[in-house]
Design a protein around this ligand. Sequence first.
Ligand SMILES: Cc1ncc(COP(=O)(O)O)c(C=O)c1O
Length: 355
Amino acid sequence: MTRDHDILFIPGPVEVEEELRAILSMPLVGHRSQRVVALVKALGRKLGALFLTRQHALFETCPATALMEAAIRNLVNERVLHVACGAFGERWAQISKSCGRTAELLAVPWGTAVGPELLREQLRRAGPYEAIAITHNETSTGAIAPLAELCAVVREVSPQALILADVVTSLGGAELRFDDWGLDLAFAGTQKCLALPPGLCVYALSERALQRCGQVPARGWLLDFERAVAGLRNGETLATPCVPLLFALDAQLERIAAEGLPQRWARHRDMQQAVVRWAGQRGFSFFVGDAAARSPTVSTLHASGRDVQKLADGARARGFVLDRGYGKLKGQTFRIGHMGDHTLARLEELLASLD
Ligand SMILES: Cc1ncc(COP(=O)(O)O)c(C=O)c1O
């Protein structure tokens, strides 16, 4: 099949469907217009359905890293525990330090995930913390944390601690239940499982977290959660948002609702299973050994003696873009980002191209 562009199978940014790309070239409207005010209010409701929350659901024009920083600036005065199993969990701890907070790291080797018992032991031994920051899906390694179980441990051992979750590569691709799991903050960029361009961040905030903001001074201005919640109620953003992307998000949230969240999660799992079968038959092993900890949205495979650059070049020659491993794993692994609106059929085309 001939296409007008190479298909992205990297773990973000991902493919954006044509009907959504068409929205992005709309004639601009002012962000204080009635049309955008109505859109902003509607997005708050629709995002609530995506996060499965009846609390606050918001967005901001920024990359997800800005929300990692905002989480700390809004919700932590002094001491935070970072639960990390890869580059993005470690980045978050660095961000906390750079904001002058005491960031402790509960880290496990790359390729594994932090389990509930390890967290329980840490909280009992070294707690209490004001907040526990958890990377749900560690994109650098392809490991997914048992977030529901980790939340249950925090609620049991350290009920006052806020739970902050980076759901950048899980929201819309893996099961995530903000209210049921007792999360206080969760955020994602639109360029991952939401299958939109980068530039917009969506997040959910608990009532409890909103109260906590009031006890944290010097939260800054643009990413002050209290200010954002107040603005959204009136359909206002604090600064000029990426208006076309908001319209595309609205359309995409409708498409996601039409697909159904459980069906969307299942589609991602099915794609992951297809990679498991393919890898097994071709002699590639997963970087994450424990099958239960393997991400449904991104698979990291050991190079297993193959030349990753050649593999990526070969895929490119056939119209697909493949990742060549993150950071220190570059060249030793490659990642297949099977997230967003990708289908099993399209993934199978990629796998056939790798053959
Ligand atoms: C798990 C995770 N957290 C945070 C980020 C940072 O996102 P951004 O590049 O939008 O700041 C990424 C990006 O890949 C990610 O995968």
